[in-house]
Design a protein around this ligand. Sequence first.
Ligand SMILES: [Zn+2]
Length: 110
Amino acid sequence: MVIIGHKSILLVSEPVKSLCSSCSSMQLHELQIYQKYVHLFWIPFLPAGKTGYCVCKQCEKVEKQDEVNSNLQNQCYNLKQQVKAPIWMYAGAILLVLLYLYLTWIEKNG
Ligand SMILES: [Zn+2]
């Protein structure tokens, strides 16, 4: 039985001041970038895309990146470009490569 799935973690959050579409006030928002990753038997295998959210600090409304105004969309896009997936998200793929190299070495030398 192979257990495969995906999870998301918060990579980075950054405060920005912008007009809220819900409470219509110029409030502090928080841009949040989440990184999704695929896991195999609960071992992180590979990163699988980032998602941006904008959270209003006043009314706590959460909007996805494509639902906010173009200014926030651009800031969200730039923030996504700046942050990279952490190396531990490649753990499964790295283990698989190491296992392949080890088995190849054993076959040649053993
Ligand atoms: Zn608001």
